[in-house]
Design a binder for this molecule. Structure first.
Ligand code: PLP
Length: 366
């Protein structure tokens, strides 16, 4: 058997990066600033510069970012927010935590919210919509804005998986009223723990978001809202400032590996492959293939030492806390067909070749 290829193994980050991270930790330990401070300010400016946005707020994690974004819209109980049926649970969880009600919409073939089905999720109570740029592939934002603007709906982008994706030169998260990012360790740009960020173009929303993420405080000891503590950990901001310098080269590596998958997995069995993954509006976060023989393929690859993952095996409205008794046939079908192949900057081109080789063998042999 060849050497095992894990789906993702974060201890494999390069030695020079490990060294820089240790140095950063050591410096921060000596300075003794563990909340706020210059690392947080620097991280904020790096996000603004990279995404080309006027306002950015580093925060505790992506889930809190979505919840705070929703709270900044002043939703009331009974208000409805449209979210896709297939996403990480946070998208719907945050809606409930904000006091509103998630209304699910089925997805298209790619797992993005199906724009053709949006009208059927609409009601007089609909106040906002959360497009999720699933797997790093952006929702068609122009089309969505065209649909939502006449209805006076607010847009919060769940760009947790889409840092580094740009549509028509505009970053994911920068199309809607507020954009939410996650720097969970497994994302393209990940912290050494939990972290996230909010972005907006709106000065008033910016002020409101800062307050909500810091106890509703306007200036020290003046509390104008019931907020919470969703500040980023300074140590994480420090680590992010180190890792951000590597981001673009990692993205290039992801795209290179993805292009090799595309070449090698053309016309194999009944496989559907993400043909648009090299485009700028996809950040190549996950390489998700589809096949009717998903479960068998997953087991076959596991036996060859190749790790894969399923994002996600259950749609949200079929989970106990979110049951709504409705059917989402396209999203549900995807949960049985999708398989995420290893795709990360620590892999080699040979890894992609051997994974592709085994997949071809699987389809040839039966
Ligand atoms: C990762 C993720 C989140 C949550 O981010 P955390 O930082 O883990 O809280 C939200 N939505 C989507 C689509 C995600 O992938």
């Amino acid at each position: 058997m060849n050497k095992p290829i894990p789906f993702l193994e974060l201890s494999q980050i390069p030695l020079d990066l490990k060294k820089s991270l240790k140095e950063k930790f050591s410096q921060m330990l000596d300075k003794g600033i563990f909340s706020g401070g210059e690392e947080v300010i620097l991280f904020e400016s790096k996000i603004k510069g990279f995404l080309n946005v006027p306002y950015a707020i580093p925060c505790s994690n992506g889930s809190d970012a979505i919840e705070i974004a929703l709270r900044a819209l002043n939703l009331r109980s009974g208000d409805e927010v449209i979210v896709p049926a297939l996403t990480w649970v946070s998208t719907a969880e945050a809606v409930i935590m904000s006091g509103a009600k998630p209304i699910f919409v089925d997805t298209d073939q790619n797992g993005l919210m199906d724009m053709e089905k949006l009208d059927s999720s609409l009601s007089p109570k609909t106040k906002a919509i959360i497009p999720v740029h699933l797997y790093g592939r952006m929702v068609d934002m122009e089309k969505l804005i065209k649909w939502s603007t006449p209805k006076n709906l607010r847009i919060i982008e769940d760009a947790a998986q889409a840092f580094g994706a740009f549509q028509k030169g505009i970053s994911a998260g920068n199309w809607g009223d507020i954009g939410c990012f996650s720097f969970y360790p497994t994302k393209n740009l990940g912290a050494l723990g939990e972290a996230g960020a909010l972005i907006t173009n709106d000065e008033n929303l910016h002020r409101k978001l800062i307050q909500l993420a810091n106890h509703g405080q306007t200036t020290r000891d003046e509390h104008h809202d019931v907020g919470r503590n969703a500040k980023i950990d300074s140590i994480q901001a420090g680590f992010m400032n180190v890792k951000m310098d590597y981001f673009e080269s990692w993205q290039q590596k992801r795209k290179l590996l993805a292009s090799q998958y595309l070449e090698n997995l053309k016309n194999v069995g009944d496989l559907l492959i993400p043909l648009d993954i090299l485009e700028p509006n996809h950040n190549a976060h996950l390489f998700v293939i589809q096949t009717n023989r998903r479960n068998d393929l997953k087991i076959f690859l596991e036996r060859k030492g190749i790790g894969t993952a399923i994002h996600y095996p259950t749609i949200i409205p079929k989970m106990l806390p979110y049951l709504d008794g409705k059917e989402y046939p396209c999203a549900e079908k995807l949960t049985k067909r999708i398989l995420s192949l290893p795709l990360n900057p620590w892999m080699t081109e040979d890894d992609v070749l051997s994974i592709s080789f085994e997949i071809k063998r699987f389809f040839e042999n039966v």
